[in-house]
Write a protein that binds this ligand. Structure first.
Ligand SMILES: C[S@@+](CC[C@H](N)C(=O)[O-])C[C@H]1O[C@@H](n2cnc3c(N)ncnc32)[C@H](O)[C@@H]1O
Length: 263
């Protein structure tokens, strides 16, 4: 009999952790605090938002970042907020701003939102929430998508760029990441007329590994992904290229190179 409360607590913890529970009953992970308008504009500029982009603001509050993306940058925007009243306010504001056709607002948990159609994600959450979100961003966003966060970073996923913005009340920090293509693995390479084996390791956008060429093993240095574009050095050769699934190609000085992933 005495073990019943413990079993009950375990059961409640298990239920509380499940996705459906979060969708229906979860409260906000972060309370609403608005990004000042000029800081929001700086976030969108840092992400080089244009009419080609679909901007998701995860935890969109009163909708101001999404509305600015549609009104001032010509983008399509999707705001996601767990608070239905903030979503209703955002929809009314989008109508008033004349961008209701390009700014959509969803009342739902950002952790349960499909991000595959986003090209830009904006965040003003908290560092622990960013860390929980990080695997989902890396899994669902296409390579080359940009993530901009107001004030909070992503732990050991270092930003590609950082910017300080002087606000009316305080200084704000902005962080930009470009989602890297996954290129880790072993690649059979053709470099001009020669064959080589490229063994790439990857930690977010940073590349390492070795290039086996002409019977020598060269260390990869200065290796970096920016979306689907890559650059690295091996010995005296400076490689630039582009990733597309299990294929890589590019140039190393005068030589063309191409690769196929074998493992
Ligand atoms: C700090 S505010 C940022 C608002 C807006 N992005 C801005 O920069 O002005 C965070 C917002 O996230 C929302 N939020 C918190 N947890 C959420 C969750 N799990 N899913 C969706 N929205 C959430 C809150 O309701 C709040 O409006």
């Amino acid at each position: 009999m005495r073990r019943r409360p413990a079993v009950l607590v375990l059961l409640l913890v298990a239920v509380a952790g499940c996705a459906e529970f979060r969708a229906r009953f979860a409260g906000p992970d972060v309370v609403f605090i608005a990004t000042p308008a000029d800081v929001g504009a700086a976030m969108l500029r840092l992400a080089t938002v244009s009419a080609r982009d679909v901007v998701f603001d995860l935890g969109s509050g009163d909708g101001r970042v999404v509305i600015a993306a549609a009104r001032d940058f010509g983008a399509r925007g999707v705001g996601v907020d767990i608070d239905p009243e903030l979503v209703a306010t955002s929809r009314a504001a989008a109508h008033a701003a004349g961008v209701a056709d390009r700014a959509t607002f969803l009342a739902q948990d950002l952790f349960l939102t499909d991000l595959r159609t986003a090209s830009v994600v904006t965040l003003y959450l908290r560092d622990d929430v960013n860390l929980r979100l990080r695997p989902k961003l890396l899994r669902e966003l296409p390579p080359g998508s940009r993530v901009v966060s107001h004030d909070f970073d992503m732990g050991d996923w270092r930003p590609d760029r950082e910017q300080r913005v002087r606000g009316a009340a305080r200084n704000h920090r902005l962080y930009l990441w470009v989602v890297p293509a996954d290129v880790a693995g072993v690649w059979r390479m053709r470099l001009g007329e020669r064959e080589a084996l490229l063994n790439l390791t990857q930690r977010y956008q940073v590349l390492g590994g070795t290039l086996s060429l002409d019977g020598r093993e060269l260390m990869i240095t200065d290796g970096r992904m920016t979306g689907d574009r890559m650059a690295f050095t091996a010995g005296a050769l400076v490689f630039e290229g582009r990733a597309g699934g299990d294929a890589l190609d590019g140039r190393a000085g005068d030589l063309a190179w191409s690769s196929r992933r074998v493992r």
